[in-house]
Design a protein around this ligand. Sequence first.
Ligand SMILES: Nc1ncnc2c1ncn2[C@@H]1O[C@H](COP(=O)(O)OP(=O)(O)OP(=O)(O)O)[C@@H](O)[C@H]1O
Ligand SMILES: [Mg+2]
Length: 249
Amino acid sequence: MVYAVEINNVHKRFKNVHALRGLSLNVERGITYGLLGPNGSGKTTLIRAIIGLLTPDSGEVRVLGTKMPNKAILSRIGYMTQQTALYDDLTVRQNVEFFAVVGGLNGDVRAAVDEAIALVDLTDRANSRVRELSGGMKQRCSLAVALVHHPDVLLLDEPTVGVDPQLRVQFWQHFRQLNAQGVTLIVSSHVMDEAERCDRLGFLRGGLLLAEGTASELRQRAGTATLEAAFLRFADAAVSSSQSPVASS
Ligand SMILES: Nc1ncnc2c1ncn2[C@@H]1O[C@H](COP(=O)(O)OP(=O)(O)OP(=O)(O)O)[C@@H](O)[C@H]1O
Ligand SMILES: [Mg+2]
């Protein structure tokens, strides 16, 4: 099987911070994979390594079978950054159009742009400059920008922060539709009810995968009623173990 994403023993250091410590993980195609972990656990670093924005010190990342970093495959990947990366002086429509073209969208750009803007419920604000939007609206615009070029793999770094509950539900419905079309989503989150919606989850801590599986598998393995408690159980087990925590599959 060609996985959407394969991460094999990846290490990344920033000066004295060992942000990824031999992390390995495979993500099947067409699923939503959730990355969960506290601040500084390596979620953003891992996502940046997947898209090829940073090169691991050692280890290997493959996206759709291609070793990263690789520019040719970027048109098949969408990335929503944790901090919005939009052009403040451009309108919503201009931003989405720009990223559609940069992302190498083939076919009807206008239709794809309209569709992406409608999806995030910004049609009424399509002609507003980004700097005039509320925080949640900027977040919504960032999602439109990430998916307008119809990527096969979509990396979303805390996509629903600041998004109201109603729209959050709509986002997740759309993520499901994308999965049904074969798109693979990797979503980082701190929100446990969102984690429940993911097909599989990876618990990250200190640049390592503490545990991996479906939400119910993780709860069962930890012997806990909630995912939150399961995370703490795996984290405690890793601390008390003299060995490095190892992901089981
Ligand atoms: N460019 C950088 N230079 C130096 N250190 C960095 C850099 N990027 C990340 N780090 C460090 O690597 C570690 C992992 O950071 P990362 O941003 O991946 O965490 P995260 O899990 O995304 O956290 P959060 O939930 O706060 O977004 C942290 O200790 C962070 O300070
Ligand atoms: Mg982060």
